[in-house]
Design a protein around this ligand. Sequence first.
Ligand code: FAD
Length: 239
Amino acid sequence: MPKYNVKLKKREQVARDTMAFWFDMSGTEFSFRAGQFVDITLENPPHTDAEGNTRGFSIASSPNDRDELLITTRMRNTAFKNSLKEVPLGTQVLVDGPYGNFTLKKDASKLAVMIAGGIGITPMLSMITYAAENRLENRILLLYSNKTAEDAAFVSRLRELERLNKNFRMVAVLTREALQGYENGHITGETIKAHVGEPFKNAVYYVSGPPAMVSEMRKALEGIGISEDDINTEEFSGY
Ligand SMILES: Cc1cc2nc3c(=O)[nH]c(=O)nc-3n(C[C@H](O)[C@H](O)[C@H](O)COP(=O)(O)OP(=O)(O)OC[C@H]3O[C@@H](n4cnc5c(N)ncnc54)[C@H](O)[C@@H]3O)c2cc1C
């Protein structure tokens, strides 16, 4: 896979302990399918540890944005993330990719049910943005779960995408807070059924987030009889 030496262009906090980083891809031939990820390597970072200087991140921007690539991460006190937060804008990193097959299936006849746990929203934001921009026929239902509203990145952008794309609907869920505009509670097989509101075994499911969340959702989906073939997952190993 080709590797690209590119510069950190911008960074911004987008939720509690959550930062977005944009890299300048202009002048490169980089292209990807919405939902894929890249490996990012920091060269000579200010902090290092035994985990090394490379991490995988789903691309949160749309493939239509040829000039920049967005990744978003939960900040923790680790060498890699402290380095990414501190290095000056313009610092060069190595982007390796794209990798992965966690992408929207072409068959638009089936409802795509996306279940995102926290920062697991990143590949889905890319797919949902791309679907809106390209006026795809695919119907998408996003179930987006966070502990509190402060933890939920990109909610206003997703609400805007709902307005732009009549084929896209979001149910934002909070597990530790009751707030207007959000469902309160945990996503379970029964709540999935209720939100899908049509023959739920005829849908294709996408789940992304920390491994524990992904495995819980897989169990919930299998528990309501969804076939393994209709469950696509992306585990953010490292959480
Ligand atoms: C395909 C793929 C896509 C991914 N996409 C994303 C993405 O879009 N956004 C994103 O944020 N991450 C994503 N990840 C995960 C990412 O690669 C990192 O592993 C993750 O962000 C953790 O990195 P770190 O530097 O915080 O921890 P590391 O330094 O990698 O931590 C190593 C280990 O230490 C432990 N650890 C470290 N700090 C803590 C802590 N504070 N609390 C508990 N345990 C801790 C964890 O068990 C972890 O396994 C993706 C992973 C994969 C495989």
